[in-house]
Design a protein. Structure first.
Length: 466
């Protein structure tokens, strides 16, 4: 690593840490969700919530880090009632997926059901990008260079954070009385995933400049217009989904009380910290914790505006799209850069030739029964299914199994590397094509397949922004 780049990274780390600690509260006050997440009325309510929240936080005695949640609930209810009276609008009854204004009536049963269904779908979305990201990571051949190490560490950091995002979504679902369904048919998408709004497909492929470009596209800042939201169009990004979840939770709490919405067993909550990155997830037991956690997820993935590159309070310095942008462009971001400007810092030497190559989207059925190759791919899929089973148990009453689930993931790393070092017998030895990892859920290995009864109402699947 060059002295200039080393110094640049050190300075960036110091500045990022200072900005996160000193600027977190100010950042939350100035946060403007109006750009892409909510209707104008929704944004005003959320902004007032954050403003009141900051006033209460500042008024707290030193050493405390929360506020009276009953005060928050009362504030939300008063604001919604005041808005309805001032507007003179006739109350309208909400239907699943419909926009929520300050005078929308949300029935408790159907509102809670749709909230839980939407959070279940969000867990699936957060998980769906992990297999492509991990496959890209596993395919990088170690060459002993700083740039190779940087690329691998960057992808691994994003994967860890996606796992934390998945955990936050699961904690929120548990908090509102739901039950995350991880080990089941349909949880794992069929690769390649089609993302029509982005005009791309994302599959299980070796790392390449093309994959980096697709990963960047998946994580790009949301760019939804208020006009489209006013037309009641369905959300296209996971950021919009979380914005809708926040509004739905606020309406339910305001109209029915927090104790009727946050009915989950606190024992199902997971508080975890990544020993590798130092980033952590806290338990969620009330609306204030849920809102904070979901906003943190949005910011770390895509930033809080179409120009923001910061990862926010969860950590990681840059939002996910910015990290993949650096990889794709071969250039580092520096101070005062934005998503609009792109990276303008030091160039990075990306070696796209030191990559294990294999045919995309491998499955065991590509090889005859009884062959070594079919057995290796089947064993990988079985270990992956076992990992999903452990995660399912973790999110449904056995939180101590979180780290054993991560151990299963590390085993997948070894198995994937062995696959990528094994020549694919379908092609000549000199082709350089190896076996690849199949990310498949196997029913005969699953422990909890029969627990899933299906969606009661399936929310629309977002197209990007994981």
């Amino acid at each position: 690593m060059t002295p200039i780049r080393s110094l640049t990274l050190c300075v960036w780390a110091v500045l990022a840490t200072a900005a996160t600690i000193a600027g977190k509260k100010q950042h939350r006050v100035q946060l403007d969700l109006n750009q892409d997440l909510l209707l104008e009325q929704q944004q005003q309510l959320l902004q007032q919530h954050k403003s009141h929240r900051m006033q209460m936080l500042k008024a707290k005695p030193a050493g405390t880090n929360g506020f009276d949640n009953k005060t928050l609930v009362a504030m939300i209810m008063q604001q919604q009632q005041r808005s309805s009276l001032l507007s003179g609008a006739t109350n309208n009854t909400w239907t699943p997926g419909a926009p929520i204004t300050n005078h929308t009536i949300v029935p408790l049963k159907s509102g809670l059901d749709y909230l839980r269904q939407t959070l279940q779908m969000a867990i699936e979305v957060e998980h769906s990008v992990i297999p492509p990201y991990l496959t890209a990571l596993y395919s990088i051949k170690p060459d002993g260079t700083d740039d190779e190490s940087w690329m691998g560490e960057t992808i691994l950091g994003v994967v860890i954070e996606e796992m934390l995002h998945m955990t936050i979504a699961a904690n929120t679902l548990n908090a509102v009385g739901g039950h995350p369904a991880i080990d089941r048919e349909g949880f794992v998408p069929k690769y390649p995933m089609e993302l029509p709004d982005l005009n791309i497909t994302v599959g299980i492929e070796p790392m390449s400049m093309g994959q980096a470009k697709k990963f960047r596209a998946i994580e790009l800042p949301f760019n939804t217009t208020l006009e489209r939201l006013k037309l009641q169009a369905q959300p296209d990004s996971i950021s919009e989904v979380y914005g809708y979840v926040i509004k739905l939770m606020q309406a339910l709490v305001a109209q029915h009380g927090e104790n009727m919405v946050f009915t989950g067993d606190p024992a199902n909550q997971i508080a975890v910290m990544s020993p590798r990155t130092g980033e952590s997830v806290s338990k969620i037991t009330n609306i204030s914790g849920a809102i904070d956690a979901l906003l943190d997820v949005v910011e770390q993935g895509a930033g809080m505006s179409p120009t923001d590159i910061n990862a926010g309070p969860l950590g990681g310095q840059f939002a996910h799209f910015a990290r993949f942008e650096e990889m794709y462009m071969g250039q580092m971001y520096q101070k005062n850069d934005s998503a609009a400007s792109g990276p303008t810092g030091e160039m990075i030497r990306m070696n796209w030739t030191k990559i294990y190559q294999f045919k995309p989207n491998p499955v065991p059925e590509n090889y005859p029964e009884g062959t070594k190759e079919r057995l290796m791919l089947t064993q990988f899929a079985a270990n992956y299914t076992q990992m999903l089973s452990v995660l399912h148990a973790c999110f449904n009453g056995s939180p101590t199994s979180y780290y054993p689930a991560l151990e299963k993931m590390y085993q997948l790393s070894t198995m994937a590397t062995n696959l990528m070092k094994t020549p694919d017998p379908r092609f000549p030895l000199g082709s350089g094509l190896m076996l690849g990892p199949p990310w498949l859920w196997l029913k005969n290995v699953s422990k909890y397949a029969d627990d899933w009864k299906g969606y009661t109402i399936k929310p629309p699947h977002p197209q990007w922004g994981c």
